[in-house]
Design a protein. Sequence first.
Length: 90
Amino acid sequence: MNGCLRKILNTHWPDTISNSLLWARTNQLPAEEEIRKRRWKWIEHTLWNSSNCITRQVLTWNSEGRRKRERPKNALRREIEADKKRMNNN
């Protein structure tokens, strides 16, 4: 995404700029921030559903069983908890 923004601004190799300056010039949010914002918007939307609705149950669902040998994937619940910690630290 940052590479595309750099092409839009027509910046080339010797004239490098930081990502924060790039986002300020293009009036964009970092991709991570945009994802976090949309995730919380979806959570707010699902909290209006009834407690027996599947989309609401996903927020507190804890998977059981063994994990794969590969890198562990972050479950939605863990992502929400990490976002809460980041928001409390700021």
